[in-house]
Design a protein around this ligand. Structure first.
Ligand code: AMP
Length: 208
């Protein structure tokens, strides 16, 4: 099964994708996580993402598509993937259709997690990540246990969160019109509530 988890930054796409990975036996493909790993590794490729990411700007399509093509070649992606944070532009969505066409694969479903802007800003500004292991916490809703060392993503502040949300509305949301026009199934679900509630809605939406 090939799925796209869609929605504003901080909607819970990554968290929910991780919850489904073992159930479906397919990997989560998060362009943001791949880029952060490249940045951390100090690679030349990573250096090309840095200026965009630190300002909360979208990375140019050609760079993103290079990463996606490479990721889809890995053995673990052969039976399907859960894209999280990709596609983010109509250009990326069209390119993904082209890549999938060449590979004889189809995109089964796009699941949209709807979360209002004020919730997004609060979720993003309170998000913390464990230095070891990358487990995500929220200072108010899911505080890190005592002794767990956490850090904040460089782009997780209020100003950047609002910028990322605006780009979502202006640049990313139109991808849904493209999918409506091309007949890809789009399921909208309410992305607020407990993690279990959202997981249950997603499982219903994908027929699991
Ligand atoms: P995320 O982890 O999905 O919130 O992504 C973090 C940042 O990585 C974004 O604000 C962008 O700068 C960049 N990024 C991640 N995925 C994409 C994408 N599909 N297209 C363009 N930029 C992206």
């Amino acid at each position: 099964m090939n799925l796209v988890f869609f929605g504003p930054p901080g909607a819970g796409k990554g968290t929910q994708a991780k919850r489904l990975v073992s159930k479906l036996g397919i990997p989560q493909v998060s362009t943001g996580e791949i880029m952060r790993a490249e940045l951390k590794s100090g690679s030349d490729l990573g250096a090309r993402f840095e200026s965009f990411m630190s300002l909360g700007k979208l990375v140019p399509d050609e760079l993103v598509l290079e990463l996606i093509k490479k990721r889809l070649e890995a053995d673990d992606a052969a039976n399907g993937v859960i894209f999280d944070g990709f596609p983010r532009t109509v250009g990326q969505a069209k390119a993904l259709d082209g890549i999938f066409g060449d590979l004889n694969r189809t995109l089964d479903r796009v699941v949209v997690l709807d979360v209002p802007e004020e919730d997004i800003v609060e979720r993003i500004s309170g998000r913390r990540i464990a230095v070891d292991g990358g487990q995500e916490y929220h200072i108010r809703y899911n505080p890190p246990p005592a002794g767990v060392d956490v850090k904040q993503r460089a782009d997780d502040n209020e100003e950047t969160a609002r910028k990322r949300y605006q780009d979502y509305k202006g640049i990313t949301e139109p991808v849904l019109e493209y999918y409506a026009a091309t007949g890809t199934v789009v399921e909208r679900i309410v992305g607020t509530g407990s993690l279990d509630e959202v997981s249950a809605r997603i499982e219903t939406a994908i027929g699991e």
